[in-house]
Design a protein around this ligand. Structure first.
Ligand code: NAD
Length: 418
């Protein structure tokens, strides 16, 4: 992974690039390039051995012009202020491209959760929830899971918030377990939108998905579900990786078996249907029809991009390509479905969860998946329209053109305030 690209600078250059095609003043664009506010806080909790330990944590509220701030909470040693700011910006344009009435936010704690017990993580999560309480709420800011957080952490945050507020407000957070007010289809939603967007792209490019070869980098929630669903659509998953390395079989393997192996051993490496162990970089540069980066940002830098051989990339991860890598791939005519559309399934079903919480009424999984498909197909169509109408160089710029226009319209329609 490249250390060079600062994700916040990547976000800003993506906005600048799209702004050249938009009739929006520089002053408004400047506003849309920065978060409205960022909480930086220090959480101190008691370890199981009685010692105290301090952790740095952030919450960035990037833009609320289209609705409450929305975005996940990440637990990772590489969490930084700039990373959280960038991720919150991407959320703003993600909710806009899929046209759901939410803004963008993101949070994180600098921690390697593997080094802590469940009880320690619960104390830390509740401490963060206490700190977040004044700024979150179903009409203010609605967090969700991200890397290394899931239903368990969301349930703790909901419980802490509701206890302190003396209320029931399940819509304060999404990605909850079903019994705690979660939605059917939420766990699979990000991988589902990644493959729905890939299906639309193959259709647009007149390429056959049946029998297409696929490599998946990162085999967590987003990556493994994408692998499972694309396999069901008739494509062949030939490679996958996680932080321990990659596996490869040119004839394909069963993605569900690979996940079971990872559950049992901690990694996809060593899976019996793999023919060869390969490195993470090799997974990213295989000669496949579709590449799904589903790990962290900056996975593909300028140098690696020169070796990428995939025809289509569907970005399950946020920011997996550096801007310099984007330029290289554009020159090679690789069709990149941008993260803000490809992985928008997570936030879209989070939105459905929030709607259900407010309605106090649960939808069936079938309804959730149908509504998600409609949202992703509509967003892809809007992207293609902007791509063709403006004769744009790449689909990412097209997505930003649509999304920035929607946010700018909401900002300008609101009028001015001292
Ligand atoms: P996760 O923690 O479930 O999985 C991450 C996976 O990436 C793990 O398998 C890990 O081993 C692997 N990984 C880490 N470093 C790697 C490396 N250098 N090379 C290869 N693999 C590596 O996280 P997730 O929820 O699947 O999120 C993955 C990406 O998708 C992130 O960028 C996240 O922001 C994005 N995303 C997730 C959701 C969601 O709903 N889960 C929604 C939108 C976007």
């Amino acid at each position: 992974m490249s250390e060079e690209a600062n994700p916040f600078e990547s976000l800003q250059s993506q906005i600048d690039e799209a702004a050249t095609y938009l009739d929006i003043g520089d002053d408004v664009i400047e506003r849309l390039k920065h978060p409205e506010r960022v909480l930086e806080t220090n959480l101190t909790i008691e370890r199981d051995d009685g010692d105290l330990e301090r952790f740095k944590a952030f919450r960035s509220q990037f833009n609320g012009d289209r609705g409450p701030y929305k975005g996940g909470i990440r637990y990772h040693p590489q969490v930084s202020r700039d990373e959280v700011k960038a991720l919150s910006g991407w959320m703003t344009y993600k909710t806009a491209i899929v046209d759901i009435p939410l803004g963008g936010g993101k949070g994180g704690i600098v921690i390697n959760p593997d080094d802590y017990s469940e009880a320690e993580l619960e104390r830390l999560t509740r401490s963060f929830a206490k700190e977040l309480r004044p700024m979150i709420g179903e009409d203010r800011d609605v967090p969700a899971p991200d890397v290394n957080t899931g239903q368990r952490e969301m349930n703790w945050i909901k419980d802490t918030y509701e206890t302190l507020e003396n209320t029931t407000e399940p819509g304060v957070i999404t990605g909850k377990a079903l019994d705690s007010g979660g939605s059917e289809g939420r766990v699979e939603a990000t991988g589902r939108s990644t493959v729905l967007a890939a299906r639309e792209a193959f259709d647009y490019l007149d390429k056959d998905l049946e029998g297409a070869t696929v490599a998946v980098q990162g085999y967590g929630n987003a990556g493994w579900i994408a692998a499972k669903l694309i396999d069901r659509m008739g494509a062949t998953v030939v490679a996958a990786s996680d932080s321990s390395g990659g596996i490869y079989n040119p004839d394909g393997f069963d993605p569900v078996g690979a996940k079971q192996h990872k559950n049992e051993t901690g990694s996809v490496v060593g899976y019996s249907e793999s023919e060869e162990e390969i490195t993470n970089d090799e997974v990213l540069t295989l000669d496949v029809d579709l590449l799904i980066p589903a790990a962290l940002e900056n996975a593909v830098d300028e140098d690696l991009a020169k070796d990428v051989k995939a025809d289509v990339i569907s970005e399950a991860a946020n920011g997996p390509l550096t801007p310099a890598a984007d330029d290289v791939l554009e020159g090679k005519d690789v069709f990149v479905i941008p993260d803000i559309l490809a992985n928008a399934g997570g936030v879209t079903v989070s939105y459905f969860e929030w709607v259900q919480n407010r309605q106090r009424f649960s939808w069936s999984e079938e309804r959730v998946n149908d509504e998600l498909e409609t949202v992703i197909v509509d967003a892809f169509d809007a992207l293609v329209e902007a791509y063709e109408e403006n004769d744009l160089e790449n689909p990412r710029t097209a997505a930003y053109v649509v999304a920035i226009q929607r946010v700018a319209d909401a900002f300008e329609e609101a009028g001015s305030w001292p």
